[in-house]
Design a binder for this molecule. Structure first.
Ligand code: BDR
Ligand code: CA
Length: 310
């Protein structure tokens, strides 16, 4: 089984990523750690716990991570995810609370204790991963790769910066400069994974409670993307990290050099993606180019069907 840690800020698409991962027999989720991003840290952590209850991940540790970016003022994204960070569906009262261990320490401990190398799936700002690398640089050896959602050749929070990188550029720089093998799902590829009305209908027609909640999440996400960006359907960005773990054949990539802008007057948080190789810098990432869209949604629908009717 492939050992993964999901570091996230649920978040509609983060939540769906967890739901997809929980349905994959070949994945072993060692931990879910949370970060401030789409909403404040208590909210993203409670949202992670709600999703764990929904898909019966009762034995996976959920640890609360960084509440603030490393150097900048915190900003959250209620315009996209609502005030709770996971607006739309109703969830029952939580069956448990988060761990007493800090998310950064959980990441370090799990990586050190694991006999096999661990894959990290960050789908929020990269604060926890950067702090873990600073606190325990030796754990690098035991990281298989980092498959992250963030960046791209254009932006969604500023004209040039994507939200996860923009929210904590110094942390992102630490991760992109780390030398750890990176797979980067930027906006260029995540905008191909749009939940169309046809997809949302298929999800809603699956007769179980998990699919019902996913349908409600997508319905809220759809209205937010319509309102904010005038998109006809919401891209489910974060889900691509999990899809790549289990079905890499659905993706095409280019090995490129990517650096993070931390100082630009207008461009802080921008990823400079050297697609044409003009810098001469060594590639440090596999950058997602194209997605087999039908194959991706098949994977998602099949996963949702595995949850039992209730
Ligand atoms: C990213 O920002 C958040 O809104 C989503 O959860 C995703 O991780 C997309 O820019
Ligand atoms: Ca996210």
């Amino acid at each position: 089984k492939r050992k993964i840690i999901m570091d996230c800020d649920p978040g509609h698409d983060d939540a769906i990523a967890i739901i997809l991962a929980a349905a994959q027999p070949e994945l072993d989720i060692l931990a879910i750690t949370t970060v401030s991003g789409n909403a404040e840290i208590e909210k993203t952590t409670m949202n992670a716990l709600k999703v764990c209850d929904l898909v019966s991940l009762h034995n996976v540790i959920v640890s609360k991570g960084a509440s603030e970016p490393m150097m900048r003022r915190r900003e959250n994204a209620p315009s996209i995810h609502g005030d709770s960070g996971l607006d739309g569906p109703e969830f029952p009262a939580l069956s448990r609370s988060w761990s007493e261990e800090h998310g950064v320490d959980t990441i370090i401990r799990m990586i050190k204790e694991s006999e096999d190398r661990v894959t990290l799936l960050p789908t929020g700002p990269l604060t926890n991963i950067a702090l873990a690398l600073i606190k325990a640089p030796e754990m690098k050896e035991n990281i298989e790769e980092i498959i992250l959602m963030g960046g791209g050749t254009f932006g969604n929070w500023t004209p040039t910066a994507e939200f996860n990188i923009w929210a904590d550029p110094e942390a992102a720089k630490k991760v992109f400069d780390s030398g750890i093998p990176l797979v980067v799902m930027g906006l260029d590829i995540t905008h191909q994974a749009v939940a169309t009305d046809n997809v949302i209908n298929q999800v809603m027609n699956i007769d179980n409670n998990v699919a019902k909640k996913v349908g409600e999440l997508l319905a809220f996400f759809k209205s937010a993307y319509k309102e904010t960006f005038d998109f006809d359907g919401p891209p489910v960005h974060d889900v691509l990290t999990v899809a790549y773990c289990v079905a890499p054949e659905l993706f095409t990539f280019k090995e490129v050099n990517i650096v993070v802008e931390t100082r630009g007057e207008y461009t802080a948080g921008t990823t400079s993606v050297d697609l044409l190789g003009v810098t001469g810098r060594k590639p440090n990432a596999k950058f997602g180019l194209t997605l087999d869209v039908d194959g991706f949604w098949d994977l998602m629908i099949k996963a949702l069907k595995t949850y039992s009717a209730s």
